[in-house]
Design a protein around this ligand. Structure first.
Ligand code: HEM
Ligand SMILES: CC(C)=CCC/C(C)=C/CC/C(C)=C/COP(=O)(O)OP(=O)(O)O
Length: 299
């Protein structure tokens, strides 16, 4: 927090500081994370999952995911202050102090883990803790500043939520849950690299070795295309495993055609506008794929 804001007279009021903390939990990113966890819960059991168990699991996962995002904001507060996209976050603006962020993240994360342990099962609690550490420590502290492959390895944490949802309902990790893990795991690099392409100058200024910064845009676009082809192939695993049928195949095929077109066009003839479009499409793709899994099960 800037020195001028340290004196209590100049500190933002408590409600504003709590609201500032909530924005650091990255609610928009985490709403999709939690959605994929909930679909994992639906697919794990025949019929509708037990309401109380589903509520506790969803709340627990959301609290821990929010705490992980807040720790990411805490660790990266100096880097965030150097990039246009992130300099309006609560810590660079001094709306909340690092100590308050740490304290509230421990509270929310601790509450989430406790809830998972007592109201869901210890397996889900341990897997969620590992996911938290994977993102907040392994990705944020170790990999992100060190290697352009940060996202490939770090993406494993982002791919965990359907596995967490599955474990919450079954107290086990099934093959179908691993198929959903693989889908998000292969989706994450093209999702992030599209954004990293059109934000490459900011990442370079911040000293972060993202793939378009270290190896250039053409090679990054080739990687985006290759990952998208792999993703399209793996997106049919739920059918091979007997989890989904015709409705899913139809919807996911449309989504795949759209994503392959985005990736192909980006590779053939790059522009920042196309990369922005491909990033937005990545969000439609993953939301659509998980909605298709749900619809296929429902209908
Ligand atoms: C470690 C892996 C990931 C990285 C590095 C990453 C990176 C990013 C970045 C840099 C943004 C822009 C955020 C902003 O401007 O505030 C973003 C947005 C977003 N990401 Fe990811 N992402 C990852 C994994 C995921 C996963 C697994 C999901 C969901 C399942 C996801 C969902 C979203 C959503 C919904 C947005 C849009 C947020 C908005 O509109 O404000 N991301 N991601
Ligand atoms: C249950 C649980 C703990 C889930 C965590 C899931 C997880 C790994 C989410 C990662 C998504 C995310 C906020 C990426 C931002 O990347 P960034 O931090 O590089 O982006 P930034 O530059 O916007 O901070």
């Amino acid at each position: 927090m800037p020195t001028s804001l340290r004196s209590s007279a100049l500190r933002p009021p408590l409600t504003l500081r709590l609201a500032a903390f909530a924005t650091q939990c990255k609610p928009r990113v985490n709403s999709l994370i939690v959605f994929t966890a909930m679909i994992g819960m639906f697919l794990a059991v025949p019929g509708w999952p037990p309401g109380g168990l589903m509520f506790a699991a969803t709340l627990g996962i959301a609290l821990v995911a929010g705490a992980a995002a807040a720790i990411n904001c805490l660790v990266e507060r100096t880097i965030d202050s150097r990039m246009a996209r992130t300099r309006g976050r609560a810590l660079p603006l001094g709306l909340i102090s690092p100590a308050e962020t740490l304290g509230l993240a421990c509270l929310t994360g601790g509450a989430g883990l406790w809830l998972l342990n007592v109201a869901v099962n210890p397996l889900t609690m341990w897997l969620t803790l590992a996911t938290f550490l994977g993102y907040a420590i392994v990705y944020t502290v170790i990999l992100k500043p060190a290697t352009p492959m940060n996202i490939v390895i770090g993406g494993a944490s982002g791919a965990m939520p359907p596995v967490l949802g599955w474990a919450a309902m079954t107290d086990s990790i099934g093959m179908p849950a691993l198929a959903l893990f693989l889908i998000i795991f292969l989706w994450t690099p093209p999702h992030f690299w599209a954004l990293a392409c059109y934000r490459r100058e900011e990442y370079a200024r911040a000293g972060l070795p993202m793939l378009p910064v270290s190896h250039g845009v053409p090679l990054t676009c080739l990687h985006i295309l290759l990952y998208t082809v792999l993703l399209a192939a793996v997106s049919y695993l739920p059918v091979t495993l007997g989890m989904s049928g015709g409705i899913y195949v139809g919807l996911v095929s449309l989504l795949n055609l759209g994503y392959l077109r985005e990736a192909w066009s980006l590779w053939r003839n790059y522009s920042d506008a196309k990369a922005r479009h491909a990033f937005r499409y990545s969000l439609i793709y993953l939301t659509g794929l998980f909605a298709a899994l749900f619809l296929d099960r429902l209908l």
